[in-house]
Every structure is written in structure tokens, then in C-alpha cells.
Design a protein. Sequence first.
Length: 255
Amino acid sequence: MELYREAVSYLLESRVAGAALKPSERQERLQTLALAMFESGGEDRKRMGLHDAAERISAEHGDALEAAQAFLEDEALRSGLVALRTAGEIEFWHLTFQEYLAALEALQVEHDPLRPHWFDPDWREVVRLYAGALRSGRGERAGRTYFRGLLAAGGEDRVQRARAASLVEELRADVLPFGGDPASGTPLDANLAESLWCFEEASEVTERERVRLALALNRLPEGDPRYASSELERVIVPGGEGAIGSEPGDAEAYG
């Protein structure tokens, strides 16, 4: 988070001469643009028509449409954060800028606009940056409330609960450097234990559902926690007679 913040601040503050708006005001408008691009969906989320972008900024910040378009054109020349394309479109120079600014904008919305996209791989970094910004800006309690909401989104479906637990475990690793543990006091550990037990021999879960659970758990940053002990990584091969290689004259043998 800090690296993103410093990079964006540097680009905005190093080119203030002649700008009609303060760096903070310019960033607010670029945040609006970043989230609007993501919400447009599909491949178009990486770019937007200049006129449409100006309309979104005008509606959100009360700027005249002409002023909003002039702002975007000026930013393309000034900040190094956005660029104009020959097709009359605007895009961010790098997707990481867009993801970071979209996450900051989402924090300003009363009802979390990322909720429909929590498990969407296209929104993965935005969700991660949102969690980090929420924890660093509003404290551990806000982070814990957010984690509880994510876990509750799993509902009664076993696979969806595993997917939610996997996501929270990933976000947890991102926010721990800010201090405390927002996952404590949440059902995270219980959800993970339930999901992992489905892989035990005593479980009656079908093989098909185990595959779905494995895919749902693929965001665990440290992998399967059951293998934290090196003892569990050992594979016991029973002794006895055996043969290696092929029979003389085997037409299918290598070599």
C-alpha cells in the first residue's frame, strides 16, 4: 500500500505547475475514473471513451463537462498516470495505478461496491488493496467487520464457504503488517477446518466436490496448512521386492 501511495503522490505532486486543481483534487477525480472503468466490465475496464470518462467525473464532482474533459486531457500530458489513445479513449499507464485508485474510491462509497466482485479474478488486486486501505485507514475493528462480511457471504454452500475462507486468509496475509489480526474472533479457522476435513478419508464428500473445494482453496497464501509439519511431507514407501527397467527385447522400452 505504501509503495502505491508514494508513487501516485509523487506523480501528482511533481507536476503541479499550471494545474487548475490541487493534487488531492486531481487524485479524487482519477479515483472516480479508475472505479468507473472497472465497473464498465469486460476488456473495456482498462480503458474508456474520453467523453464517457468526462461525464462520470462531471456527475461525481460537479464539474462542467468541458472542464472535466479538459482535466483529463491535461492529466494525460501532465501526471504520467493516464494516457490518451488515438481512438478517443483514455486509460491508465499501468493497471496497478488503476487498481490502487479504484480501491481508494471504493472506500468512499457507503455500501461496498466491491461486494459483487469479491470472488471475481479480474477484481482480485482491487479487493486486496481495498482490504489493506481499509485496515490501515480505519483500524483493526473495521478490518474484522469486513472479514466477517466476507465469511458470511459463503452462506450454506460448502464450496462457497471454502472460497470465502480462502479469500480472507489471503487478505489476512496482506493486512497483518499493519498490526493486530483482524481475522481473530471471526469464523475463519472453523471454516478452514471444515473445508480441509472434507479431504480426509473419513469424509463422505464426493470426489467431484473435493475437486471443487480444492479449486476454491487455491488462494491460501501458505498452501494447505495441514502440511506445515515436514513430517507430513514424507511419503512412506513399503519395503519388498521390486523391479526397475524393462525386459530385454521389449519393443516399447526407451533407449
